[in-house]
Structure formats: C-alpha cells, structure tokens
Design a protein. Structure first.
Length: 76
C-alpha cells in the first residue's frame, strides 16, 4: 500500500472565518471604546477592597496571577 501525502491550505478558510467575525461585529463596533469600558469594569471590580481583600489582591499580583493595574506611563 502506497503512502499518500497531501497538504491542505487553510488560508482561504481562515480568511472566510475572520471576515464572518468582523461582519457579525457590525459597523458600530468600536474596539477602543470596548477596551476603555473593560478597563473601567476592572477599576470598579478592584476598588473599595477591605484590608484583607487588598492583601490577597497584592499577593496575586506579585505572584503573576493577576496583572499589575498600577498606572503606567506611556511614551509619546
């Protein structure tokens, strides 16, 4: 029995999938606004922590489990 080798290029299928995702998002989707709203949600989630909650949060950040949400300076 002969070995049959074949290759299938998924490039066209991937392009089709990506265009379907973008079409499903619609014309009014604003990725910058979505990211800003996500940041606001995280700010609200991690605000007003009591001392014990803050200690646990700080430990999780130091362990690398949660991202450091400290303000960062962005280069111009």
């Amino acid at each position: 029995m002969a070995d049959h080798k074949f290759a299938y290029d998924l490039t066209l299928d991937e392009a089709r999938r990506r265009s379907a995702v973008v079409a499903a998002l619609g014309d009014d989707w604003d990725p910058v606004a979505v990211l800003a709203e996500e940041e606001l949600a995280y700010d609200m989630l991690y605000s007003n922590l009591d001392d014990e909650q803050q200690r646990i949060y700080d430990e999780l950040v130091q362990a690398g489990i949660l991202p450091d949400r400290a303000p960062r300076e962005i280069a111009d």
